[in-house]
Write a protein that binds this ligand. Structure first.
Ligand SMILES: O=C(O)CCC(=O)C(=O)O
Ligand SMILES: [Fe+2]
Length: 221
């Protein structure tokens, strides 16, 4: 039996098509003018009090961020992050709204991860999909499989710096309080989309808070 080149790619193609169709009908959504990657934003997705509450939750759990492959490569991702309390009312509202917008079952979402960047902190260029040739894939495959869409909300506006740069397509997005950024990590055929490589640029002035939800192909457990 041969192993497929991209595990989960058929399911990811289906998910991509379903979410694409749903977003096309979403009022107030904008797609960035880039054919090679499906990247969208909704401004004012979260109101100021919800953002404030989420930032407080992040301050309560933030520890030095790790990398998905478990390596400690200390200069690669210098922010602080942590999973925020899923029982909190604001987190529940966030998760329900993300699933309503994308149509992806809340069961497929990983725990919402809060992230805080102080002045000078950043996250170097990376992709959000899993390397299915890496050792960690064995576990990730069992607990939901490949990541499909990423949803990230900026909780505050940064005085200077802290942009999310899609490095291969020269798209630079400044953090703006309450804005949801949403992108498909896969191409329409379900294989990883290299044009979604991205980085969080260093904060130059101020602090940056985001909350991220990565959706999996199947239920996350
Ligand atoms: O903070 C950002 O702008 C991007 C964060 C990110 O890419 C991640 O956490 O995977
Ligand atoms: Fe990322």
């Amino acid at each position: 039996m041969t192993t497929p080149a991209h595990p989960d790619c058929k399911a990811l193609a289906r998910i991509g098509a379903a979410v694409r169709e749903r977003l096309a009908a979403e009022p107030g959504i904008r797609r960035f003018p880039e054919e090679r990657a499906e990247i969208y934003a909704i401004d004012g997705f979260l109101a100021a009090p919800t953002c404030a509450r989420l930032m407080t939750l992040i301050d309560g759990v933030a520890c030095p961020s790790s990398l998905v492959d478990g390596t400690s490569w200390p200069d690669y991702r210098t922010s602080y992050s942590g999973d925020i309390d899923e029982a909190d009312e604001c987190v529940r509202i966030l998760e329900a709204r993300l699933s309503a917008v994308t149509g992806i079952s809340p069961m497929c979402g990983e725990a919402a991860q809060g992230q805080r960047y102080l002045c000078g902190q950043y996250f170097n260029e990376h992709c959000d999909w899993f390397d299915t040739a890496a050792g960690y894939w064995r576990d990730e495959r069992r607990c939901g499989g490949q990541r499909s869409w990423t949803a990230m909300v900026y909780l505050n506006t940064v005085d200077e710096g802290g942009m999310t740069d899609f490095t291969r397509v020269a798209l630079s997005i400044p953090p703006c309080a309450g804005t949801l950024l949403l992108w498909n990590n896969a191409l329409p055929d379900g294989s990883p989309n290299p044009w979604t490589m991205h980085a969080a640029r260093p904060v130059v002035r101020g602090v940056k808070y985001v909350v991220t939800k990565w959706f999996r192909t199947r239920a996350w457990q």
